[in-house]
Design a protein around this ligand. Structure first.
Ligand code: AMP
Length: 398
C-alpha cells in the first residue's frame, strides 16, 4: 500500500510517499511559497538527486496538483499513475478536544476541523485546504487525520487548565492542548523498544528540540503534561518564540509600544526566543558558532535555552514522581552535543555517569548517552512524524 503523507502549512506543503507496511520512503519533497509570485516544488525520489521546479502556485489545490504531477511524471516521478496512491494521511495541527487519536476523515471530521480553526488560525485552514484538494482530485482515495494535539488529550484537568476564571475554559476553550504529540508519542514508544521495557512501566521525559521546542511528561505511555499550551508559544525558549512569559508583560507592551494584536503576535512568535536574545539568528548551529567565537549575546541565548529546559526537566521529574529516561529529539536534540552536554552537566548531581565522548559523536541516531548503571537513562531518538502518519493511516484504512 502506498500512502501519501501531507503536511500542509499556510504557504507550503511537505509531502512523502511511503510504502506500507515497511514504511520505506519512495519520494519526498515540498511545495513552497504558495500564493506568492515565485513558487517552487522541490522533489526527491529515494536514492536520487533532488530537483527543483520553479513555477507560480496559486493555492493548495494547485500545490497538490503539482505534487501529484511530479510523482507521476514519466522522467522525474516514481509512480505510473494516481491510481497507485492508496490513501492520504494528513498532519493536522489542532484537533482541540475533539480528537484523542488519529481518524479517518469524513464530512463530520472536516466540520470539526473548521470549528477548531479558531484555535489554530494559521494551520487548520491550510490542513482543511489540503484535505479538500485531495477530495477534489482523488475523490475515491481514503484520507486520515493525525493530530499534533491528540497525544496530549490524556493530560488531566489540573494540568491543562490555566488559572483564569473557569468560564474562559467553558466559553472559549482556553486550556493547554500541547503540540508535537506525534513526535512525543513516537519517540517514547521507540525509547521503550530500545530499553527493552514495556512502555506501561516507564516514566519518560521527551524533549523535542527544534525550531519549535516542547517537552512532555509521559507516564506509562500517556502524556500527563507538556510545555506548549493553547498555542505553540508557551514553554521552552524557541528559535523565534518567547516560551513562558509573565502575562502582565503583554499588557505592558500593548500599552507602551502601540502594537496591534497581529504586531504582538509577530513579536512573541517571530522576533523573540533565540533570535530576539542573540540578535543574530534563530538557528542553533549559527548560535553555537557565534558563541564559540565569543559573542556574549549568543552565549546568553544558549544559557537561557539550557536553563529553561533544565527547569522543565526538574519540574516534570516531580510531576511524574520520578523518571526512568530522558529523550532528546528534533533537529537540536538529535544533533547538538553542546546542548545535550550542558543538560548532562545540569543532571550530574544525580550521580548519572555520562559518556561525554559518545555524546560528541552522536548525530541523528538512536543512542544511550550514559553508562548502564546510572538509574536514569539519557537517550537520543530521531523523530519521524511522517512515518507515524503513514503507520496510523495504514491502520485506519487497511
Ligand atoms: P527542526 O525544526 O527539528 O528541523 O530543527 C532545526 C534546529 O536544529 C535548528 O536550530 C538547527 O540549527 C538545529 N540543528 C540541526 N543540526 C544541528 C547540529 N548539527 N548542531 C546543532 N544544531 C543543529
Amino acid at each position: 500500500m502506498k500512502i501519501l503523507v501531507l503536511n500542509s502549512g499556510s504557504s507550503s506543503i511537505k509531502y512523502q510517499l511511503i510504502a506500507m507496511p515497511g514504511a520505506g520512503v519512495i519520494a519526498k519533497g515540498i511545495v513552497e511559497k504558495i500564493g506568492l509570485p515565485q513558487g517552487a516544488v522541490r522533489h526527491q525520489n529515494q536514492g536520487e538527486k533532488a530537483l527543483k521546479l520553479e513555477r507560480r502556485i496559486a493555492n493548495h489545490t494547485e500545490g497538490i496538483e503539482a505534487i501529484l504531477h511530479i510523482l507521476t511524471d514519466k522522467e522525474k516521478g516514481c509512480i505510473g499513475s494516481y491510481k497507485e496512491i492508496d490513501a492520504v494521511g494528513h498532519r493536522v495541527v489542532h484537533g482541540g478536544e475533539d480528537f484523542s487519536g488519529s481518524v479517518r476523515i469524513d464530512e463530520a471530521v472536516i466540520e470539526s476541523l473548521r470549528h477548531n480553526a479558531v484555535l489554530a488560525p494559521l494551520h487548520n485552514p491550510a490542513n482543511i485546504a489540503g484535505i479538500e484538494a485531495i477530495k477534489e482530485i482523488l475523490p475515491d482515495v481514503p484520507q486520515a487525520g493525525v493530530f499534533d494535539t491528540a497525544f496530549h488529550q490524556s493530560i488531566p484537568d489540573y494540568a491543562y487548565l490555566y488559572a483564569l476564571p473557569y468560564s474562559y475554559y467553558k466559553e472559549h476553550k482556553i486550556r493547554r492542548y500541547g503540540f508535537h504529540g506525534t513526535s512525543h508519542r513516537y519517540v517514547s514508544a521507540q525509547a521503550a523498544t530500545f530499553l527493552k521495557k514495556d512502555i506501561k512501566d516507564l516514566k519518560l521525559i521527551s524533549c523535542h528540540l527544534g525550531n519549535g521546542s516542547s517537552i512532555a511528561a509521559i507516564r506509562y505511555g500517556k502524556s500527563i503534561d507538556t510545555s506548549m499550551g493553547m498555542t505553540p508559544n508557551e514553554g521552552l525558549i524557541m528559535g523565534t518564540r518567547t516560551g513562558d512569559v509573565d502575562a502582565g508583560i503583554i499588557q505592558y507592551i500593548l500599552e507602551n509600544e502601540d502594537l496591534t494584536p497581529s504586531g504582538l503576535n509577530q513579536l512573541i512568535n517571530k522576533k523573540s526566543g533565540l533570535l530576539g536574545i542573540s540578535g543574530i539568528s534563530p538557528d542553533m548551529r549559527e548560535l553555537e558558532a557565534s558563541a564559540d567565537s565569543g559573542d556574549r549575546r549568543a552565549i546568553l541565548a544558549l544559557q537561557m535555552f539550557v536553563y529553561r529546559l533544565l527547569k522543565y526537566i526538574g519540574a516534570y521529574t516531580f510531576a511524574l514522581g520520578g523518571v526512568d529516561a530522558i529523550i532528546f529529539t528534533g533537529g537540536i536534540g538529535e544533533n547538538s552535543h553542546y546542548i545535550r552536554g550542558k543538560i548532562m552537566e545540569g543532571l550530574a548531581f544525580l550521580g548519572i555517569r555520562f559518556e561525554n565522548e559518545k555524546n560528541k559523536s552522536i548525530r541523528s541516531k538512536t543512542a544511550k548517552l550514559n553508562e548502564d548503571s546510572s538509574g536514569i537513562d539519557l537517550l537520543v531518538i530521531p523523530t519521524d512524524e511522517e512515518r507515524v502518519i503513514a503507520m496510523d493511516t495504514y491502520e485506519i484504512v487497511k
